[in-house]
Every structure is written in C-alpha cells, then in structure tokens.
Design a protein around this ligand. Structure first.
Ligand SMILES: C[S@@+](CC[C@H](N)C(=O)[O-])C[C@H]1O[C@@H](n2cnc3c(N)ncnc32)[C@H](O)[C@@H]1O
Length: 217
C-alpha cells in the first residue's frame, strides 16, 4: 500500500513490469540506483528494500516527491529524493543502475505538460522524456552501469534502441507485456488512429522494458 496524494501516478502494469525486470537484472547490494520519475516512489522503494540498493529518486512534481518521501519513511528506508526536472537535476552524478518509468503517451499538445498529465503526456510522438533520458544516460551511468526503462511500444521501440546505441550503449528489449488501454489511451484512441499509431478497433498496447549497458555484456 503506497500513500498517494491527488494527482500522483498510481503504480500500475508498467510499474510492475519494470519491478519484475529489476529482479532479473542482478542488481548488486549497495548499488547506487537512480529512479527517474519516481511518482509514489514505488520503484525506488523496491530497489532499496528488495535489492539493498543505495537509492536516489527524482521527480518534477512536488506532491509526488512528498508522497514518495512519506512512503519511504513509513518503511524506515533512507532514500534520497530530489525535486526537479531529471534533465538538469542530476548533473555530475553517476549511478550503477538507472530505472525509469517516464511519461510516454503521445498527446496533441507539444508544449510542456501541466498538472496530472505530467505523469503521462510526452509530446506528439510520446518521446519527449524518453529521448531526453536516452541522451542523458551515458552521462549518469557508471562505467559498468545499466539502464532499465519501461515504455509503450506505441512510441517506438526501435527509436529508443537506436537512441541508446547511438549514445554508445548496448541496448535490447528484456521484457514485454500486452495490456488493455487505460482511460488515457482509450480517451485519445481516435486521435491515435488518425495518426496511424494504432489500428482500427485496437484496445491493447504492448509495454517493453529496455535494458542498456555501458559495458559489453
Ligand atoms: C508514469 S509516472 C511513473 C511513476 C512511478 N515511477 C511508477 O512507476 O509508478 C511518471 C512520473 O514522471 C514525473 N515526471 C514527468 N516529467 C518529469 C521530468 N521532466 N523530470 C522528473 N520527473 C518527471 C511525473 O511527475 C510522474 O510522477
């Protein structure tokens, strides 16, 4: 049970898929883990509690950081929380493991999202946060570091893989799950169809977890 103030993202299928991928990633105890876009802190807590990691978590939303901090304290965990835009909040720091469930839903408005929509809206192609994280990853990963990121296949698996490979990392899809559209995707399915991102009658999307390694595996 996680405490969540109004507007903070409720952990769901994408959160769970990434948590499962963390279990398969062999995260060493005392690894320095960064949770990018932490929301309630669900994945940061998973990293600290089940992997014995030393965890830093960042989110742009004050209410998300307040919820995550409370959830961490209630479990007696010592997680560092940073409130800010991940693009700029973590300069000059490196981590052994970076995990992220970023916003990845395509939206009509290409401007910066506001309010609750900051949890999911990610520009016209759904890639604004994903592309920024791909570009940032080589700067924030330690020499043997890994990234685990979850997103919908709708916003382009190949684009993420090539963004990470272009940044000098080895990248592959390590897990997939097909889930029914939630209310946000259902509410914009006509627009997604117009844009050719889904097929007529489609009500499911595939989630992928992408792993990137700085060193060759
Ligand atoms: C899909 S939610 C994921 C929450 C949580 N990690 C989970 O899996 O349940 C995305 C989160 O990203 C945060 N966010 C959006 N843009 C951000 C940015 N530029 N920098 C940091 N956090 C951001 C939102 O506030 C939201 O909490």
């Amino acid at each position: 049970m996680l405490i969540r103030t109004p507007g903070v993202y409720r952990p769901q299928a994408d959160t769970r898929l990434l948590a499962e991928a963390m279990s398969g990633a062999g995260i060493a105890p005392r690894s320095r883990v960064l949770d990018v876009c932490t929301g309630t802190g669900a994945l940061a807590i998973e990293a600290a509690r089940n992997h014995g990691a030393s965890v830093t978590a960042v989110d742009i939303s004050r209410t998300a950081v307040a919820s995550a901090r409370l959830n961490s304290r209630l479990r007696g965990l010592d997680i560092e929380f940073v409130r800010g835009d991940f693009r700029t909040a973590l300069r000059d720091r490196t981590f052994d493991v970076v995990i992220s469930n970023p916003p990845y839903v395509p939206c009509r408005d290409d401007g910066p999202p506001r309010g609750t929509a900051r949890s999911w809206d990610a520009g016209i192609d759904g890639r604004s946060a994903i592309d920024a994280l791909c570009a940032l990853t080589p700067e924030i990963l330690s020499e043997t570091g890994i990234l685990l990121m979850v997103h919908s296949a709708l916003c382009g698996v190949e684009a993420t893989l090539s963004g990470l490979r272009g940044a000098g990392l080895k990248a592959s899809v390590v897990s997939r799950a097909t889930i029914p559209f939630g209310p946000v995707m259902s509410g914009r399915s006509a627009w997604l169809l117009d844009r050719g991102l889904i097929e007529a009658g489609q009500s499911y999307e595939e989630l992928v977890v992408i792993r990137a390694d700085r060193s060759r595996r």
